[in-house]
Design a protein around this ligand. Structure first.
Ligand code: MRU
Length: 347
């Protein structure tokens, strides 16, 4: 892949996040100097996408604990748990955030270090490992899914499950990047993804930069382009896959899945193991984040709905497993029945 701005950088023990709220107009990287700033960056979607907020959360803990390296073990661990709970409260739907925070806390707990400095080193190493592994997981999703994309195909995606949503490669985009590297010609249709336009602002931007043929369409054009025969497959990312294969992803994903079924188009979900949550039995058990009203009543800074109007703004929906053709994971392509096959591979 060509060198492009990374969503997350860890350089000389400092955390840098690309501010995705400003893309594609401005490419601004912000150093994160406090845990409150990291919390806010996750909440505001400066860093976003399930795997990326997991990595940012783990580094957020490092930022939080830097000033506690002189503490004794008990004090360090108590503070670590408080800060992990605080970071976890920033966004509820993507399981990667709580997964990464739990992993970091338990790595520190199982370290035999008796002083804060040793525990702090264990914490930093765990965050760095989560970051490194995320790159490998996405690359492996690409390897496992690339052959699904063949010459001349039209591939529709929703929201951004790209390299901006991860540390590199993305999940839904990883098969696209690999197929492109292998010389396969195909076109991507990137749903705009109202209200925050991750598809138009981010997916279209990163695929265009990579030289992939990409169109952006508004969400309500998906049925038409499918009916026109322009779409051969759908690949989306996910924020949490329940044990029965129900899939939480950006609001609007379920509509795309239902359309795909209607038009006989395969609907794939790309997911690293860290997004598969066998502890959540079904999609009904997934907490769906409700976000602020302004995202719906305004388009950018401009008001587009009446003052005082009542608003609902669920940020995610849950696609029932029956609409999912297969889940492309780092451990292979998982097919139905998901309750059996997810447990077999990830249990
Ligand atoms: O609200 P966002 O922008 O964080 O939502 C992101 C998505 O829904 C992605 O599709 C999902 O997190 C997978 S990212 C590899």
């Amino acid at each position: 892949m060509t060198k492009q701005a990374k969503s997350i950088e860890w350089l000389d023990n400092k955390l840098y996040l690309l501010d995705q709220t400003r893309l594609p107009v401005e490419v601004e990287v912000e150093e994160q100097t406090s845990v409150e700033q990291v919390w806010d960056s996750i909440k505001q979607l400066k860093v976003r996408g399930a795997p990326a907020i997991g990595v940012a959360g783990a580094y957020g803990l490092v930022v939080a604990m830097r000033s506690h390296a002189d503490a004794d073990r008990a004090t360090f661990l108590a503070e670590l748990k408080t800060q992990a709970a605080y970071l976890d409260s920033s966004r509820p739907t993507a399981v990667n955030l709580s997964w990464a925070l739990k992993r970091a806390v338990s790595a520190v707990e199982s370290s035999s270090g008796t002083d804060g400095r040793t525990l702090f080193t264990a914490l930093t190493e765990t965050a760095e490992a989560i970051h490194r592994e995320d790159i490998q997981l996405c690359k492996q999703i690409g390897e496992n899914g690339a052959s699904l994309i063949t010459e001349g195909m039209g591939v529709l995606t929703h929201c951004n499950a790209g390299r901006l949503a991860t540390s590199e490669y993305g999940t839904a985009t990883a098969p696209m990047y690999l197929a492109h590297e292998r010389g396969v010609n195909f076109s991507v249709y990137s749903d705009e993804s109202r209200p925050l336009l991750q598809g138009a602002r981010l997916t279209a931007w990163e695929l265009q930069q990579a030289g992939i043929d990409v169109y952006t369409i508004t969400d309500n054009m998906a049925a038409f382009v499918m009916q026109q025969g322009l779409i051969d497959m759908v690949i989306v990312g996910t924020d949490r896959v329940a044990a029965n294969g129900d899939v939480a992803n950006k609001i609007g994903t379920m509509g795309v899945a239902i359309l795909a079924r209607h038009f006989g188009i395969p609907f794939y979900v790309a997911s690293p193991f860290s997004t598969i949550d066998l502890a959540t039995p079904t999609g009904d058990d997934i907490v769906i984040e409700e976000r602020g009203e302004d995202e719906v009543t305004h388009f950018g800074l401009r008001r587009t709905a009446p003052e005082g109007i009542k608003v609902r703004n669920p940020a995610f929906d849950v696609t029932p497993n029956e609409f999912v053709t297969a889940i492309i994971t780092d451990r292979g392509i998982i097919e139905p029945p998901y309750d059996v096959n997810l447990k077999k591979t990830f249990g």
